[in-house]
Design a protein around this ligand. Sequence first.
Ligand SMILES: [Zn+2]
Length: 342
Amino acid sequence: MSDNKAIALTSDVDLDAPGKQTGFVHLPHSVHRSAYGWLPMPIASIRNGHGPKVVITAGTHGDEYEGQLIVSKLIREVTPDMIEGQLVLVPMTNFPAAEAGLRTSPIDEGNLNRKYPGKPDGTMTELIAHYVEEVIFPGTDYYVDLHSGGSSLMYLPSMLVSGCGNPENQKKGREIAAAFGLPYVLFSDSDEPGFADMGAVRKGAFAISTELGGSGAVTPDIYAMADQGVRHLLGHLGVLKGNLVPDSAPAEPRVMWVDPWAHYVYATEPGLFEPLVELGDAVKAGQDAARINFVESPGREPVTITFPGSGLVVCKRVPAKTRRGDCLFHLAGDSHDKLLPA
Ligand SMILES: [Zn+2]
């Protein structure tokens, strides 16, 4: 609970109080069917003794479900005696988007992961970003934002660390990735200020995110691996103890670098996307990536799109219907001039 007058939202969960609390952040929503109503954004705080503050969010994009399951399971299972420090859990962070099963909010079209630091007098999505940055993030030691590919993309199970032009972030990222144990860790030097992880970094946290499958569905083996990985990471950070902490991380991560110029492939024409490689394939610069087919134009030959660089296919577009400018694939590489040796 904040008495800061600049905070437009209220919550029945007091983040300063000890013990386990579950409740809602109230998103004011005055509409025809409910003049004085609010929308309920679920939140839980489990606080006990002294230790790090760890914040885990999911549903930053509403159609990414593995993280929403992991966070809601933690809310059900973690009790205060298992905690040293504080665990703050938000399973549907852009609540209107998550309720609707959409990437962006049906209320204001807002993409929460582009809206930080938000505004205290902004649109619904800006109000949520402002609340998370100004009420939830202060005092946070570690922030985990659980993403997946959503309806339009499918990813290999990966942990992501931004700001890795800074060698200290790479060092810390390798430590966290080994504890999380997803098969891939993707470093980049992205520092886009509208992203949630950068909001947490502004408040002094070390922040990571994930890509856990996607396709608007839940992939059971990726869900199981990530669920185990999150609990192993919480044990490693010292905030979670007891039998929810697995003995070992699920996997030894492969450390890779994502280059925004060499690794992304976009549709150059609208049409039907015919992939020529699969997730997990190793590809070379100049190799054929996809054909765009023009079924509506009899006799028109498909256009072939090639990879601008070499690497591993870590992300692939799902729907065949494609417009010019849609991302079809992205790659990650084992070597890059900014990637430090292990
Ligand atoms: Zn996402």
